[in-house]
Design a protein around this ligand. Structure first.
Ligand SMILES: [Zn+2]
Length: 220
């Protein structure tokens, strides 16, 4: 008996390859591989074809959408760059060196962060002036070096809507009051940034413009 078959699953005008993999098992299993935009379907031997088709029709589309919504879309696609939550075309961007691209994005982000952090610190009654830095960071959105008086923000914040970025500003500034993430820390943070949790969720899920988590801002 043939162990593998290649099928095509058509969904919303797009053809997705499906590898039908016959194995010793009892039930159908389906996996969607986001990088390859294809499916692996594990099927028991001699399983009726019609039933497999029904199974795909019932689950494949839903599964793909669930997988895709978990991951951010690429914030940079050729000359298109998500800047503060909106896709913007920057002529020639894809031909720039990585250093030039980063320098450009860094400037954009700093131009927003410096005045915003100053304003927010004032609102929070923080007298100390922080020096604001931006660099590429893998696992953090921001770090408040309290002793040095500077706050470093992740360069990738530049892709997000401004209120999402600002939630990180409030978070780091709240560390001026409390170093850890305890009850009192969040009391300060939520006082100044009441939507913190929903903004934070958008950030964590690569929802640059907040579509999946936040209300749309008026378009004017
Ligand atoms: Zn923190």
């Amino acid at each position: 008996m043939k162990q593998l078959e290649q099928w095509i699953f058509r969904d919303e005008g797009h053809d997705y390859p499906v590898t039908i993999n016959y194995r010793r098992r009892r039930s159908l299993g389906l996996r969607y591989r986001e990088e390859k935009r294809d499916y692996i379907c594990n099927v028991p031997y001699r399983y009726p074809k019609q039933e497999i088709i029904k199974f795909l029709q019932k689950h494949a589309s839903k599964l793909r959408k669930r997988v895709e919504s978990r991951h951010p879309i690429a914030p940079i696609q050729g000359d298109m760059v998500y800047l503060f939550g909106s896709p913007v075309t920057i002529e020639g961007f894809s031909s720039w060196s990585q250093a030039k691209q980063e320098k450009y994005l860094k400037k954009q982000l700093l131009d927003f962060l410096v005045p915003t952090a100053q304003e927010d610190a004032k609102k929070m009654g923080i007298a100390m002036e922080h020096s604001i830095k931006v660099r590429k960071m893998k696992s953090l959105w921001g770090v408040n070096h309290i002793q040095k008086g500077d706050i470093t923000f992740a360069l990738s914040l530049v892709h997000y809507r401004k209120d999402i970025i600002e939630s990180v500003v409030y978070h780091e500034l709240a560390h001026d009051f409390y170093r850890g993430h305890g009850k009192y820390f969040y009391r300060v943070l939520l006082k100044y940034c009441p939507d913190y949790w929903v903004l934070h969720k958008a950030l964590g899920e690569g929802d640059y413009d907040g579509t999946h988590h936040l209300e749309r801002k008026s378009e004017d």
